[in-house]
Each structure stands twice: as C-alpha cells, then as structure tokens.
Write a new protein. Structure first.
Length: 533
C-alpha cells in the first residue's frame, strides 16, 4: 500500500456508490499534465496514485483518464498503437492495476478513454492492412481509389486541416483519416472492427474499469458513397448517419455484459436534438452524452437555460444530462467566459440537473493561457488547456522536479493559483469547489431534483431544484452589476445561504427580496421551521 502523506483533508462523504455516475461528480485527468513522479517532465500513473488523497478530498465519485495507451503521441495519446497496454511514459499495466485498486479503495471509479474511430498508423492492424491490397486487415480501414484527376477521392477535410485522405503509394490507394494522417479511420462497416473494439472494452472491463469516455463517437459512420461535402458543411459525410446508432448499441451491449459500467460519449455536436439521439431509447446507447451546445453557447443565462430546458424536454425518460465547461480540447472556460466567471461557474455547474464533469485544474481556477509560440506542440492548437497542474509555489509548480523542463510550460500565475496556497484559504476557488461538491453530495435536490426556472435574463439565472420535500434555490448573477430578485412567488419563508461563491454570505438568512452581488452565485435552502429544527 502506498504510503501517503496527510496533507489533504480526508475523504468527504461521497454519494451512493451504485449511483456514482448518475449522482456523483466526475473529474477528468489529462495524465501528461497531472503529476510527474518519474522526473521526465511528463505526468504518469504513479503520479496520479500519489495524489489520490487530493482526489479524494474533492469529494468526486469517479475520474475519466485521457488515453494512457502506447502511442507515437502525434495527437498526445489519441493515436493509439496498442489498445491493450500502457505507454511507458505513463507506467505499465501493473501500475495501472495499482491505480485502479487504490482508487476503488477510496470509493472512486475509473473511466478510460476509448478511441474507436481511428488508430495510430503504427497500430499492427494498420501496418498489416497497408501491407497489401489483399491483406486480411485491409478492410479494417477505409481505402479508396484516387479521384478521376489522380487526387483524393473526394473533398472531405480532416479536422486538423487539409484533405482527410492520404495517398498510400505502395498499394496505390488513399486511406481516410478524420484527424492527422497518422490516425487512419477504422471502418465500422466491417463487423470485425466492432468485434475487435468490443474485445478491447472487455479487456479493460475484466481488469475492473468502470466505464469509457468514447472519443468522437458521433463520427463512427461515414457516407459509404463518398459523396463530396457541400461547401457550407464539411462534416456532412459523418452527420445524421443512422448506422452510427447501430455501432453505439454494440458498444452499449458490451458495457451491459458487466455490472454497473458506464459509457459517456464525446458527442461534439452543437444541435441539442441531434446530440440527444445518442442516448437512444434511454437504455440502449450512451449512458451520458457531453452537452457541448451548453458548454459552448457562452456565459449567457438565456442561451444556457434554453439549451438546458430543451435537453430536459427531449432527453429520453430516465436518462441523465451531462455537463462540463472545460476539457483538454477547449480553451479553459475562464478564457471563454471571463475570469470573473470562475467561482459563479463552479456553483452553476455543480447545481445543474445532470452529471457534472470537472476538468483538472478548474477547481483551483487555472485559466489556461496559451504558452509562448516556441513551446506549442499540439497539432490542434490546444496547448493552453493542457499546461501542467499547479500544485504549489515551487518552480514548475510542483508538477515535476525544479531542474526538469516540463513538457509544456507551467502557466505564469502558478504562484497564486495552486493547491498549496488555496488549501489554506477558505475563500479560494478550491475551497469553493470542495464545499459545493460536498453540499451537492448531501443534497437530494441537487443530485436528482427537478428544475424550475424562476427568472432568466441574459446575465441572471435563478432557478429551483426540488426532490420530494428537499428544495433549493440557485441564483447566478453573471453581470458586473448587482441583481435584485423577488422570491416571494416561490418561497414563503426565508432562506439560508448554504454555499456561495462569496464565502462571507454563507450562513446568512435571506428574505424574499434579495440582492445577488455582481459575478456571484449562491445556493440557498429554506430555513427549517421552529417545529422541525
Ligand atoms: C477527440 C479528442 C481530441 C483528439 C480527437 C482525435 O476530439 O478529445 O483530443 O484530438 O478526438 O482523436
């Protein structure tokens, strides 16, 4: 057993283990940037193990680990050369098993990243498939003859720019890659591909993992006729293809071979109705689908509420919405919403009717500035979201030894934005996330209650959440001005502020006429009557 320090407060009460993904708070770790225990400037699994007390102190129910598989790292792990092992940069299978068992012993579940749309061009399937046109694995990938002019078969574009086709000289055909040329797309029309990926899932489920986050799950099916995309819709060839749901149902059936496992999809689409199709009938496709329209509509209550309300209206009965503001692909939300949003956004995210994912570093208010040009590495320009986690004030923010160059530079705000400093400051962002997660874990209304809007303006969002006789008020003021709110239509009795982005307001009793300070948010609950207190 790892000998851990006691620097963090011990575990707060978490939610019911069986309801970990329905009612718990989940947390994304980008392993390259969490904690480097080996001293090579890159985070690793042993580093995560050494920080389990910290994870536990957040009150989270599970983590999603971005890919740790062997990879040439052209897309930092999303180009997988072996689905059944661990890249030596991160550790090995036995370190992985130790991580899993130590997380489980702290009541924290582990979700792996499943990348079924493409492999690395160094994966043995692609090496075999490209060895000859008659290779038994040829049909694992999508090949096409050159177009009439000898160029690519059509106008499809890759997500990182350029054509989605690369010519393979030795066999005289092009192969499809929705991302980098080093990430050839798998051919889901071939049932052997589904079988192979389902075996990958079983390999990890058998080891005890609790679920998968499924990379670009909405892109698995492509137009088999290879028609050109219209100029205004470069993704037409992957959108609205009904076959994709057959593939997702196969993935779900695999998860359902095991008890209590969960699939959350990277449904990176901006149309809510389309996104919700990936829940299937509520029991046969994804358990959760990241609500990208919500994350990307801007720090505007009217837009957000509209998307939330449409989600609640359209989601199949019994299914759970799923929210996040940041991940390893998006500029961190303080960059998109403004830094004044950091604390109110925490209260909002953790008060929504759905499963929230917190992206590592968000809980200390990391802002994710883009590193200097000469240090940029990512083909998709996402380096700012991936800078090393800030643990303390020492050089390299305690992420790696002071004399080692971290793989990406540490953000220059690390002396004030870090765990060590925030740990002892009750008004810090970290303290707020902990209080808010702890409160949520104990609140039936926040975990599973209904949602009713009370007042929505561009910069003001007031709503209630209610489960049986447990009811809370949530008020978020996104503007630089105070907002007056009359609560008399909703609450007959005064309320007590349970959690606020302004710590000094916590515990105060508020009447029906309240004023929400600028750029702040609060959760309040009715004051217990004399008789019941
Ligand atoms: C997803 C991942 C992203 C990766 C891409 C290709 O969008 O989140 O990081 O680059 O898929 O795998």
């Amino acid at each position: 057993m790892q000998n851990r320090s006691n620097e963090y407060r011990m575990s707060r009460p978490q939610t019911e283990p069986d309801l970990w993904w329905q009612e718990g708070v989940l947390y994304q770790i980008y392993p390259r940037s969490f904690f480097d225990s080996s001293g090579d400037g890159v985070g690793d699994l042993a580093g995560i193990i050494s920080k389990i007390d910290y994870l536990s102190s957040l009150g989270i129910s599970g983590i999603w680990l971005s890919p740790i598989y062997p990879s040439p790292m052209k897309d930092f792990g999303y180009d997988i050369s072996d689905y059944l092992d661990v890249d030596p940069t991160f550790g090995d299978l036995s370190t992985f098993d130790r991580l899993l068992s130590e997380l489980h012993s702290c009541g924290i579940k582990l979700i792996m990243d499943l990348v079924p749309n493409h492999t690395s061009d160094r994966h043995e399937w692609f090496i075999e498939a490209s060895s000859s046109i008659t290779s038994p694995k040829r049909n694992f990938y999508i090949w096409a003859d050159p177009g009439p002019d000898g160029g690519p078969p059509n106008n499809w574009k890759a997500s990182f720019g350029g054509s989605a086709w690369t010519y393979h000289e030795p066999t005289g055909q092009y192969y499809l890659h929705s991302f980098l040329p080093e990430q050839p797309d798998l051919n889901w029309r071939n049932p052997e591909v589904a079988d192979a990926i389902r075996d990958v899932m079983r390999f990890w489920f058998d080891r005890g993992v609790d679920g998968f986050r499924i990379d670009v799950v909405h892109m698995l099916a492509k137009d088999p006729e290879l028609k050109d995309d219209p100029p205004d819709n470069p993704f037409a060839h992957v959108l609205s293809r009904p076959e994709v749901h057959d593939y997702v149902r196969l993935l779900r059936a695999t998860a359902d071979e095991y008890e209590g496992r969960m699939l959350v999809g990277e449904t990176f689409v901006l149309d809510v109705d389309y996104l919700l199709e990936f829940y299937g009938n509520g029991a046969d496709e994804l358990h959760l689908a990241f609500n990208f329209p919500f994350a990307l509509c801007g720090w505007n209550a009217r837009y957000m509420a509209k998307i939330l309300e449409r989600t609640l209206e359209k989601i199949p009965a019994g299914a759970r919405p799923c929210f996040m503001f940041s991940n390893h692909d998006l500029p961190r939300h303080p960059r998109r919403f403004g830094e004044a949003s950091i604390k109110p956004a925490a209260v909002l995210l953790l008060s929504l009717p759905g499963t929230p994912f917190v992206y590592m570093g968000e809980e200390i208010g990391m802002t994710g500035k883009t590193p200097p040009k000469e240090r940029l590495l990512d083909p998709g320009g996402r380096d700012g979201a991936r800078t090393p986690f800030q643990w303390n004030r020492s050089p390299n923010a305690g992420f790696c030894p002071p004399d080692i160059e971290p793989w990406l530079p540490v953000s220059d705000d690390y002396e004030s934005v870090n765990v060590e400093v925030e740990e002892t400051d009750p008004s810090s962002t970290l303290s707020l996330y902990r209080r808010m997660i702890s409160y949520r874990n104990g609140s039936a209304a926040l975990k599973r209650g209904s949602y009713s809007p009370l007042r929505i303006e561009d910069k003001l969002w007031v709503f209630t959440r209610k489960a049986d006789d447990d009811e809370v008020l949530v008020a978020v003021n996104m503007s630089d001005e105070p907002a007056d709110v009359d609560l008399s239509s909703a609450f007959a009795n005064p309320l007590r502020v349970a959690v606020s982005s302004l710590r000094e307001l916590e515990g105060s009793v508020i009447s029906q006429d309240i004023q929400i300070p600028p750029n702040s948010a609060l959760v309040a609950e009715p004051v217990a009557s004399e008789a019941s207190s």
